[in-house]
Design a protein around this ligand. Structure first.
Ligand SMILES: [Zn+2]
Length: 320
């Protein structure tokens, strides 16, 4: 396996946090009371604590579908052309600017910051300023194999030693985990003192990802989720226009009960609602958007002083 010595030393057993030993193509927990065995598939360690996860290690050794299809490749050129022609109904207005700010902030603390990306099997929307900066060392992880996956892990038990990362990115992930509070605790644990987190989580979005979709957060609910972090910045990333387009799409979809009957409608739905997202350029920073956005972001710094719930209410910036 090609794990560098430094990364190998930072990895931990996701069940008991003991150090791991490398044996043939496997990683083995060094704790005699645990001794869990973790496979390495195509140089990607699969570090899942099965006792605290909806996933099984065999899901990965047997290449079962976990969230994203393992091959998202449309081979039919006609279908490909149709898909390319259909306009998107969503637009993340803020991510690129937020990632630029996040990268700058990381580099003000360290010349080679280590950043863990949760849900990083593919490049997240607007993530280019982070991905393309050669000074930033990325640890791209997910619960599915994708073009960018370096580690298979479940955010409920992040298999890295305490205080290892300068930054953690968790974009469009926390709605898909069973216990987002537990996952944010883990993010807190693996961050260095004063480490930075960047999160994006939906509010007004219908179920996506099928069975792997469990939570939504208001702007304040999202702030509370990160109560052990001091806020650098927060707000909406995708606005009410996108939320309306999604509602319209899912309203129409509700009339049809199978994928086969729904898919032919998508070009019509998208062509009659794609323009709604452009309203978000105007709306994204308005106070009303804090009550109506499709998704919110939070950028924060690990802190020793949790945000009190009584203080939380003072942070409401919507319109009452
Ligand atoms: Zn162990």
């Amino acid at each position: 396996m090609k794990l560098s010595e430094e990364i190998f030393k930072a990895l931990r057993c996701p069940k008991c946090m003991a150090i791991l030993k490398s044996e043939d193509a496997l990683l083995v927990c060094s704790n005699n009371d645990c001794k869990k065995i973790f496979p390495v598939i195509n140089n990607i360690p699969v570090l899942i604590n099965e006792e605290n996860s909806v996933f099984r290690i065999s899901d990965f050794t047997e290449m079962r579908e976990t969230y994203f299809k393992t091959t998202i490749v449309n081979k039919n050129p006609i279908k490909k052309a149709i898909v390319a022609f259909i306009p998107s109904i969503g637009k993340n207005i803020k991510a690129q600017e937020n990632y630029s700010n996040f990268a700058r902030k990381l580099l003000s603390y360290s010349s080679n910051p280590k950043v863990l990306i949760l849900g990083g099997s593919i490049i997240g929307e607007g993530m280019e300023p982070l991905i393309e900066n050669p000074s930033i060392i990325l640890y791209e992880s997910d619960i599915s194999f994708g073009p960018r996956t370096q580690f298979i892990l479940d955010s409920h038990n992040i298999p890295f030693t305490n205080e290892y990362f300068d930054g953690v990115v968790v974009q469009a992930v926390l709605e898909h985990v069973l216990d987002p509070f537990r996952c944010v605790q883990e993010i807190y644990r693996v961050l260095k003192k004063d480490g930075l987190v960047y999160a994006e989580t939906p509010f007004m979005q219908q179920v996506h990802g099928g069975r792997y979709d469990f939570h939504r957060f208001t702007h304040l609910g999202h702030r509370r989720l990160f109560r052990n972090f001091s806020e650098i910045e927060s707000g909406a990333v995708c606005g009410p226009g996108m939320a309306l387009a999604w509602s319209y799409k899912y309203f129409i979809k509700s009339f049809f009960s199978s994928k086969k009957t729904r898919i032919p409608l998508y070009p019509i739905i998208h062509l009659t609602s794609f323009f709604l997202k452009y309203f978000d350029y105007y709306l994204i920073n308005k106070p009303g958007t804090l009550d109506a956005a499709s998704a919110y972001y939070f950028c924060g710094q690990k802190s020793d002083f949790p945000l009190e719930d009584s203080e939380l209410l003072k942070l409401y910036k919507g319109i009452m």
